[in-house]
Design a protein around this ligand. Structure first.
Ligand code: ATP
Ligand code: LTN
Length: 337
């Protein structure tokens, strides 16, 4: 029976060994929660990963590792559809249609492209990196997703998705659901622990400011304890004047379920050191079982692969139907069977 629940879809790149705390709090945590209330599709976006150079063996290993971490974080294949993007060829197929609908100018305005292409050096970025957001548009529209749980940095790509869905529907007739971003205010942007003016990111963070979930817990505790705060002593949530402390409070609040107000009251009159020591403990309690569970999934690659194969099969059933409708609307002549 088709599900009547609203649908969510999201993806994460297998571009690093470990997820970082920003990935988890900004996105993956919401994915886990939404599988209870939504018809949820989640994928490891390996086709997006190859928009920048990847070592083939590493890419393969990181794809499994990403899937293992998603399961360790709490995704349940009985409650959601978990798959690898390249296992569903419809993504690349719909991306082509979307490439032919998107304007060169609007694609050129994507800030993530501007940032990432600058890093590749003038003229060295691939055409794939340029069209990366269009592949993301296809990912989302294929599943008729109502909502897309991501961090703040992805908002512009969801806006583009909405624009292209509207454009296609207007030109060819109602075909795609126009999706909304699902971005929680409290965790939309987790900051680097050493430089709270930049987002925690695998590519831009300082090594000490980046909490990798698969780091040795001792390293994690050390990084939390050496987080940058300010020269004041008051533990108060004030993103403008106290970005470092506010970042720690957001993280603490989300991991424990305590409100920021409760934490401010609890730490009234206490020093930053007390907050950091307690948060380090909370973090270690979180990452320790996460690491163990990830390793358990990795130790049994056959089960992991067959679980991903089942996910791809479920995803494909939905994707194929949407792609067929889009091909038909555009006027592509159907192949005779
Ligand atoms: P990059 O280093 O390439 O910017 P990334 O570290 O941002 O990568 P992605 O794989 O691009 O990681 O992101 C996966 C998900 O995590 C996305 O939904 C993204 O919005 C979210 N995310 C990443 N970093 C943060 C952060 N610091 N705060 C909140 N959400 C984040
Ligand atoms: N661009 C996203 C990853 C991504 C995605 C998607 C997110 C690819 N396809 C579809 C949501 C929906 C990123 O960099 N985190």
């Amino acid at each position: 029976m088709p599900s009547t629940r609203p649908r969510v879809l999201s993806g994460i790149q297998p571009t690093a060994g470990s997820f970082h705390l920003g990935n988890y709090l900004g996105a993956v945590r919401q994915w886990v929660a939404l599988q209870e209330s939504h018809d949820a599709f989640y994928m490891v976006v390996d086709l997006h990963a190859i928009t920048v150079p990847q070592d083939p063996a590493e890419l393969r290993a990181n794809t499994r590792l990403a899937a293992a971490q998603l399961l360790a974080a709490g995704l349940d294949p009985e409650r959601c559809t978990l798959f690898v993007q390249s296992h569903v060829p419809e993504h690349a197929q719909l991306a082509w249609i979307m490439n032919c609908l998107a304007g060169f100018g609007e694609a050129s305005r994507m800030t993530q492209f501007k940032d990432k292409s600058a890093k590749q050096g003038a003229g060295n970025a691939t055409v794939g990196l340029f069209t990366y957001p269009i592949l993301q548009v296809a990912d989302i529209l294929l599943y008729q997703a109502n909502e897309v749980p991501v961090g703040e940095d992805q908002r512009q790509h969801i806006e583009l998705t909405r624009d292209l869905a509207d454009r296609f529907n207007g030109r060819f007739g109602e075909t795609f659901t126009v999706p909304a971003p699902y971005i929680l205010k409290e965790t939309a942007k987790i900051y680097d622990l050493q430089d709270p003016s930049i987002k925690m990111s695998k590519s831009a963070s300082t090594p000490k400011g980046l909490i990798n979930l698969l780091d040795d817990p001792k390293t994690t505790a050390k990084k939390v304890k050496s987080a940058v705060t300010d020269t004041d002593t008051v533990i108060k949530y004030d993103t403008e004047n106290k970005p470092g402390v506010s970042n720690l409070l957001s993280i603490y609040s989300t991991l424990t379920g305590k409100t920021i107000a409760d934490l401010e009251a609890e730490y009234e009159g206490k020093m930053y050191g007390a907050l950091k020591t307690d948060l380090a403990e909370v973090m270690v309690e979180f990452v320790t079982p996460f690491r163990t569970r990830t390793q358990q999934y990795l130790d049994d690659p056959e089960t992991l692969d067959s679980l991903l194969a089942k996910g791809a099969e479920k995803a494909r059933a939905v994707a194929a139907e949407t792609l067929a409708a889009a091909y038909d609307r555009v006027g592509l002549l159907p192949a005779k069977h």
